[in-house]
Design a protein around this ligand. Sequence first.
Ligand SMILES: NC(=O)c1ccc[n+]([C@@H]2O[C@H](COP(=O)([O-])OP(=O)(O)OC[C@H]3O[C@@H](n4cnc5c(N)ncnc54)[C@H](O)[C@@H]3O)[C@@H](O)[C@H]2O)c1
Length: 387
Amino acid sequence: MKNLNIGLVGYGFMGRTHSNAFRSVGNFFDLPYRPVLKTVAARNSGRGAAFAAQWGFEKSVTDWREMVESPKIDLVDIASPNDTHAEIAIAAAKAGKMVMCEKPLGRNAGESEAMVAAVESAGVPNMVWYNYRRVPAVTLAKQLIDEGRLGRIFHYRAKFLQDWTISSDLPQGGEGLWRLDVNVAGSGVTGDLLAHTIDTAMWLNGSIQEVSAVTETFIKSRKHNLTGNVEPVGIDDASLFLARFSNGSLATFEATRYARGHKALYTFEINGEHASIMWDLHDLHRLQYFDHGDESQVRGWRSLHITDSDHPYMSHWWVPGLQIGYEHTFIHQVADFLQAVGEGKSASPTFREGLATDDVTDAVLESAAKRSWVTVRDRADVKKEAI
Ligand SMILES: NC(=O)c1ccc[n+]([C@@H]2O[C@H](COP(=O)([O-])OP(=O)(O)OC[C@H]3O[C@@H](n4cnc5c(N)ncnc54)[C@H](O)[C@@H]3O)[C@@H](O)[C@H]2O)c1
């Protein structure tokens, strides 16, 4: 087993989930590489050093460039706010490093396109952290669909609801609140929450052809933490869209941070000719399944408890009946990435797949602005070198 030296940018929420995944993965998966927590890049040296000590990084630096240029680093992992992704990923690819990047890949498809070009021309393994694909119940949904159990798909329904920005006293910008600053985030719930639902949807049900969207910014101005001034809010607080998939199925997507009582209610439902599936992040170890082929007297929705060793990823964990949670999705993603690197490949979702999601979120924002249907950019025929 070879060592793989990790350089992490950002030590917030995702910095912790990623560090935990790199530290734990080797205990549960047999892999060709052993991740070594080499360096964390943090602008505040005291906090960076404290994070490095707590999570077992060998050192911290205050400028990510120093880490990206270091010959000791094999993989750059980007867990900092959205406005930093493109610059760091492109520099890392040019330095020949493998790159893992948090979602959304760029603040818009233009940034993501440059990131795809950088990793593909450098030929470095790359991946975007759309971790919900690696919830065992979601991976099982993918398997059931690919086996043809649902038959022709008619409907896809997704929502991602939160309630943490309802107060008009909440400022925008700066630490912890960069998601409300459009210059840093790129967009509001469209790039933040809908991006997750779109990535899962295209993985399960194929590409999205066209969208018709409506967005709203409920609180129009907020104090900016960095300037101290009350400034216009540029993000979308809520975003809803209708979609038509390339396979002919119809969809509704909804995301908001104004659904009082909901903290992270990500759900999807898929209705096919023979069967339907429902999943809910608040009950992530269960998959609801209805099979029309069941004997009619006992036909109904089954609540599958995804903990058996023949369920995706579960043979690596405890005994049947004992469930796993949110942090494991990141461990699974690292495991799949290291396995793929061992085979000389990138793991899905690649930067190119992350770009496909950004093409949809761009189309959603364009549709809302124009108040009309927008066709999603189709890159299927675009050669790799052309991006
Ligand atoms: N996959 C998921 O489910 C998921 C969940 C949350 C966040 N995210 C994504 O992860 C990224 C980070 O989000 P978060 O919630 O961890 O944010 P956060 O605010 O908790 O942490 C961001 C970190 O980046 C650091 N940072 C900012 N600029 C930096 C720079 N120039 N150099 C080094 N460090 C810098 C901050 O100091 C902080 O430590 C975002 O792109 C976000 O969209 C993904």
